[in-house]
Design a protein. Sequence first.
Length: 712
Amino acid sequence: MMHKRLNLIHLTLLLALPILLALINPNWLFNLSFSHEFIIMVDDYIYTGYQLAFPQYVGWFPSDTLYFIERLTVILPVYLLNQVTTPLIAHEVVHIVLYYVAIFAVYGILNKLASARVALIIALLFGQYPLIMRSLGWNYPDGFAMTYFLLALLWLTYATESRWRSIYLIGAGGAVMAMVIAHFFNLFYIPAIALYLIFLDKLYQKPIRLFTTGIFALIGVGGVYGGLALIYHSYTGKLLLSNALDTTQGFAQGLPYFLNYHFSGVPADWHIFLGIVALIAVVWLLRYGRTFSSDVRRVMLATLILFVSAYAVLVGWHLLGFSYLRVSFYHANIIMTAFLLLGMMIYKPATDLSSAQFRIVVLLTLIIPLSLFAGFSYLSPNWDIVYPVVLIGIAVFGMLISISRYPLRMLVSVIVFAVCASVLVGDSVLINIYTPDRYHEQTVFEDATAIAQTINARYPRLSMDDFRLWYDFSDPKLPTFHAIASIYLWTQGRNARLNEAPPLNSFFEANQIVILSSLHDKDTLMQMASNTIENRGIITFIDELVVNDIRLVIVNVRLALVTNDWLTYYFSDTQQQYVLYESGWNGYEQVAQNSRPFRWTAEPTARLVLDVNGGWFDATADYRVSFVIAGYLEDDVVNSLTLTLNGVSVPLERVDNKYVGQISGQYLLNPTLEVVFQTDRVSNPFDLGIQDGRKLGVALGELIIDRVIESD
């Protein structure tokens, strides 16, 4: 099958396609935003953050300890463009280019394997499938990875019959490496890619050619990895992909629960499309396989093996307990291989069409999906009625594809089948391309990135030690605020609710708090902040900024040790000024798994003397004393723990990891408070096989003394 040059009309239609889709409803071209409180997808805006200010994410926890920062083939193209233009333009340019590369790669593969007719029909259907539109429009890596996957397939396809074979193979190897760097999970698709080439080029019959093919591909792999690894090391001092390898074990332990918890109820409707395509392929190969030439059978077998082996990756992980089959953004690669396989199934009928019939098919391929995209975007249909209708359409037209002997009827059935399958998934939770508010996602993106640029200009680094975000969850701009919090990793207590329950004490350990609001002025926000922490701290106004009608009030919050008849000591250096004397302790600690700071006792007796001059305790009242055990080595050590306050023993009761006792207010009237913890002994971690040079007793956190209310 000879390669045909790109037809000018085909070129025009493919170039126009994303523009038409964006004019109808541009929400697919931007990240998804959420207004509800239960957030399961923040990664698209996390990557947006790295794309805006990659160097500022280096050197602070958890930014440069997670895998996000390593995905340079997702981050760097947008980051570089962001340096010369606005985030909106950079995003649109990168994702439109990404879209073009993907659909032209599909066109190029099928133009080489089948015909230009097949290539155009499938490229148009592929480019309008909602899951593909979502993957190519947002900043999650699935669209980037799928595009690199397609480039690898394109170059491998052209390598089979080219004097430039070595160049194509090097390019394919580089594309595979770019795919893996975009998302480490894509490593598992390498066997599918290799099998595709082995069967397409009959390399199983040519061991020497197979060996040289691998050498050239590895040169491409090494070139891309080496270049990006040098860039990555120059910024972080670390080996590229080391974070992915380090976090794999930890993620593997909790990931099955995470996937089941968040996605067990998600309808995985895209599998209907995949299943019908597989069924059509089997039927066609059984019915018509012998009538095809050996070359056509070889190509069909290669694309079928590509589809099956790619699909097997997710099936295999599902059998191991990882419910990826219900996660839409893990399916772009599989959908892509299904469209390539579908293309080979329509090779003969597309060839048999007259010129007039082909023009009709192309017109229908373009008009029907675009019309339905517009209709479902603007008319807000009743989905309870739509779903049964499209399911029936998928079944009916899927059957017609299998049994039809007339080329025009068969191809019209393919179009309607693909469109019905598209409608079925278009309104899915993490695809959602039919949002009637045409500029909703773009507005959120513009506001969020504008605020992020303002914050980035203010803080040389973006650590949670430098600032955190505080906002009202009832604010109408909540989707924007969630997007901003996601830009800064949405983790470890980066954001908290304003005007509701007080946030965790550790939230205020940041140097500054950025209050976000679209409703209130500075004074109102300051009062809301004071009310939220229930006057247990000192709030200092620092600055006020307004970005796109959103107010940023920047404050400093320092929690007081004692206010009226309430004392809270956090075992944190944020309250170090209240410590007059201490002995028997190790240093302050904070770990990712625990929101509270804590300290280990280093001796059997650990003593603190605190300045409580600002407090006022009632001599006639009783007070509850409680503290948290953040961790411990041996149960008998913990159970032997005793506490005295100002020389008075406090009887303790233990409930899980919390101790509670009671003391009379008459013993709390001194201007200082002496706190003494005692244990039977302190363990040496070396004796337990732990490489820790400290002596460790009990890890303590958050000592609270508050009045006992009769209703308690």
